[in-house]
Design a protein around this ligand. Structure first.
Ligand code: UD1
Length: 429
């Protein structure tokens, strides 16, 4: 079986890494036990990793390959940035050539970025031969819905789910959403969350990160035997177009964080989109920066505007995981971080009007604040007051999601090949 996995943008890497690790584990087991015994699971898989290049620089892509021990991509499409249409179209054109050359049995797409939809769409319309053979399209993290179609990711999720053959779901709401949309239940599998597989794999290793020292977040603990303790700090990420592409929306969020910044330092690894907007909208002083030079520096401590903000470049996986683990509070508009903080038991405030990950609110540590400054202030205040968070991982967020996916892929592939063989036999009789 040939499995081709697509990655393109930062949130894809940690979702794909455990799948590749599970394929390697499967192959090692087969080699150790000896192949060719006729059992369906006794064959090795060939894996091809395709990087579309949607995210391309060291901060947004390169460092994740080393942190997550991802293999070098076999094929790099090098598409880079562009409008949604231009980026999606570029990926589609280049990916079609890859599919026609490699003819994989399975195409795995993860998450909800433009690369996810572009590659699923190409695979849905491809035909490898006159009989119309095509790969099994597999969507990992299927079924999530924000019910806000102004989000590009929502369009990507809906369309990807509807052209996929296998849909791997992370939480119960996903099952319900897909059922409501009329997707056949035999395509849907509730397997858990591969991003949490990565988190559980690398949680301990994240302790080797020196990011806390680099940012000056360790303090002398006088009442703790004189050792070093970690300062109380908040961690902030903002990059949603609806939050940062409009000056007054962006300013409103920064205003909502004023009280927090007065009490605790806020570490803000700034996404390239957000950095560009800060400069374009002249918001340097709100972030305590003195112009463009400061905005470029690796870690700039602020003086004015929001007090005590620590700006950094986007961080690698292990550094960011270390910062999440030790934060007193996380404020974010990211999807994945809502899940990671739930699993780590860290209070999270989501600066959005809706979430496609309701489990993080129902049984996790997340609260949805909306985007109005008063609401953000209220949510932050409530979450700051929490002394202890129960660490209850949602159902099946146990580090085994990728293994479950590989089991389903093996079963599906063999069912497909045996039915093809019996069709050939019938035709011969
Ligand atoms: C994309 C995803 C979003 C995900 C986010 C994580 C879509 C629709 N959006 O949004 O779901 O949460 O990634 O980061 O796919 N840039 C760089 N270096 C890079 C990559 C991008 O500087 O390596 C800059 C580009 O100039 C680009 C901007 O960042 O214009 C935004 O990148 P883009 O891939 O268009 O979308 P994101 O906002 O990153």
């Amino acid at each position: 079986m040939i499995i081709l996995t697509v990655v393109g943008a930062r949130p894809n890497f940690m979702k794909a890494a455990p799948i590749i690790a599970a394929i390697n584990e499967h192959n090692e087991k087969v080699s150790a036990n000896g192949a060719g015994r006729g059992e369906r699971s006794a064959q090795t898989m060939r894996h091809i990793l395709v990087h579309t290049g949607q995210h391309y620089d060291e901060f947004m892509s390169g460092s994740f390959f080393s942190d997550l021990k991802l293999p070098k991509p076999d094929i790099h499409l090098g598409v880079g940035s562009g409008s949604h249409a231009a980026q999606t179209a570029k990926i589609m054109k280049k990916f079609e050539v890859v599919l026609l050359t490699e003819k994989p049995d399975v195409v795995v797409v993860v998450g909800d970025v433009n690369s996810t939809l572009a590659c699923a769409l190409v695979a849905a319309k491809i035909s490898f031969d006159s009989a119309g053979s095509k790969p099994v399209i597999t969507h990992v993290e299927a079924g999530l819905r924000s019910f806000d179609r102004s989000m590009p990711e929502e369009i990507n999720r809906i369309l990807t789910d509807h052209v996929s053959d296998l849909l791997f779901v992370t939480e119960q709401s996903g099952l319900q959403n897909l059922q409501n949309e009329g997707i056949s239940p035999d395509k849907i599998h509730f397997v858990g969350n591969t991003m949490i597989d990565s988190l559980l794999t690398f949680k301990e290793k994240a302790e080797t990160s020196i990011i806390l020292d680099k940012l000056g977040l360790r303090a002398n603990a006088a009442n703790n035997g004189g050792g070093m303790s970690i300062s109380r700090y908040a961690l902030l990420t903002l990059h949603r177009p609806s939050n940062v592409d409009n000056r007054s929306a962006f300013l409103n969020i920064l205003d909502g964080l004023e009280e927090l910044a007065a009490d605790w330092p806020i570490v803000f690894p700034i996404h390239p989109r957000t950095r560009r907007r800060v400069q374009e909208f002249g918001l340097q002083s709100q972030l305590g920066l003195n112009g463009a030079a400061a905005a470029k520096s690796d870690a700039a401590r602020s003086g004015g505007g929001l007090r005590n903000i620590i700006l950094t470049e986007p961080l690698g996986y292990l550094d960011f995981l270390c910062l999440m683990k030790h934060a007193a509070l996380v404020v974010t508009d990211s999807g994945g971080i809502q899940e990671e903080t739930t699993c780590l038991g860290i209070p999270c405030v989501t600066v959005r009007e809706c979430t496609e990950r309701p489990i993080t609110i129902e049984s996790g540590t997340n609260v949805l604040a909306g985007t109005q400054k008063e609401k953000i202030r209220g949510a932050v205040r409530r979450q700051m007051a929490i002394k202890y968070c129960d660490q209850r991982a949602p159902e099946k967020w146990d580090g085994q999601a990728a293994r479950r996916i590989i089991d389903v892929l093996i079963g599906t592939y063999h069912a497909k090949t045996s039915s093809q063989q019996s069709l050939i036999l019938q035709a011969c009789v």
